[in-house]
Design a protein around this ligand. Structure first.
Ligand code: TXA
Ligand code: MG
Length: 315
């Protein structure tokens, strides 16, 4: 098992010698390494068992620092970074040569973001290099939102998990790219479409295509937990699936089942997002075969929640 603690200097020392360290962000925990060190980046892919065609996000303390690694920044991207960094927003921008091709899987753009977590921002400010960090889960599994989630799955491959507590947002960053300066959302995430469009006006959404290796974050089964997820109206699903081997994942309804997880008893989508991955992990430990899940309202973070549920349900 990895050690869990709040020692930024220890995390820094490990990263400086090319090791990987799990770090907290406001969205999910990341598996971080020196983005400019190819061996460290290779180790990230290795620990996650992630195919090298799936590019990594690079984390920086601020937009100023980001400009060391990206170029030809569209006005709309600058505007979004000004408004939402630090925060759950990743921008796909033209990379400078200093970013190794392994980080971007050979693409000319790099996903870059400034995470909003005090420990990790402090770490990023002290480090002389940016951190490449995918979510700290084995490839294909749900993202971790606590240090314990990380330790359960990657603990034997890691020395240290920087403990920032439970993630405030709980769902990965929203990813936005630009074509002719027009923003396109490629992954729904912790920054809602409403918040984005309030700043930019209407944007395109291209999230959730199933088999485009150029955008592997869009692989449908990417968030699959260990049990079979079936989406529908719970009352109807309960007529098709046996109640004693089915877990119920609801937004706010209470079915009085021993195997249920209510995402937000008060019906709050932000709270539901915070709890989603913990819920999916909890079902994995229950003696059930199915997770019967209802979708949440398609507004605010509800879009990202439904996206993750649909992917978890896809085979
Ligand atoms: O909230 C987050 O974004 C978390 C925290 C740790 O920052 N990170 C995260 O990383 O979710 P990851 O690797 O699990 O998901 C990043 C997704 C990948 O699916 C990848 O395909 C996509 O972003 N991506 C990264 N760089 C890209 C690029 N240049 N073009 C297209 N997609 C890219
Ligand atoms: Mg991931």
């Amino acid at each position: 098992m990895a050690a869990i603690g709040t020692d930024i200097q220890y995390a820094k020392a490990l990263l400086e010698q090319g090791d990987v360290v799990a770090i907290p962000t406001e969205t999910v925990y990341g598996l971080a390494g020196n983005a400019l060190n190819v061996a460290a980046v290779a180790r990230i892919f290795d620990v996650k068992n992630r195919p090298q065609f799936d590019p990594l996000i690079v984390h920086v303390p601020d937009l100023n620092t980001a400009e060391n690694y990206i170029q030809n920044i569209p006005a709309a991207a600058r505007q979004l970074a000004d408004y939402f960094w630090p925060g759950p927003l990743t921008l796909l921008l033209e990379k400078k040569d200093i970013i190794p091709d392994l980080v971007t899987s050979g693409l000319s753009t790099v996903g870059i973001r400034c995470p909003d977590h005090p420990l990790t921002r402090q770490l990023l400010k002290e480090l002389p290099f940016p951190l490449a960090a995918p979510s700290a889960n084995p490839f294909g599994y749900v993202s971790p939102t606590t240090p314990q989630h990380v330790n359960e799955q990657l603990g034997d491959k890691l020395q240290y998990i920087l403990d920032g507590g439970a993630c405030r947002v709980g769902i990965e960053s929203t990813i936005i790219g630009f074509e002719n300066d027009i923003p396109t959302v490629y992954r729904m995430g912790g920054l809602s479409l409403e918040q984005i469009e309030h700043i930019t006006g209407p944007v395109q959404v291209q999230a959730h295509s199933s088999s485009n290796p150029k955008a592997p974050g869009q692989l449908k089964s990417h968030y699959a937990p260990g049990k079979k997820v079936i989406i529908g109206v719970i009352e109807e699903l309960l007529q098709q699936y046996p109640a004693h081997t089915s877990g119920l994942l609801t937004f706010h309804n209470d079915f009085n089942s021993p195997f249920q997880y209510i995402l937000s008893p008060s019906g709050n989508l932000d709270e539901a997002a915070q709890n989603l991955f913990t819920a999916l992990r909890a079902f994995d430990k229950m003696p059930i075969d199915y997770i019967l899940a209802e979708l949440v309202p398609e507004t605010g973070l509800g879009r990202a929640i439904n996206d993750r549920l649909r992917r978890a349900a896809a085979e």
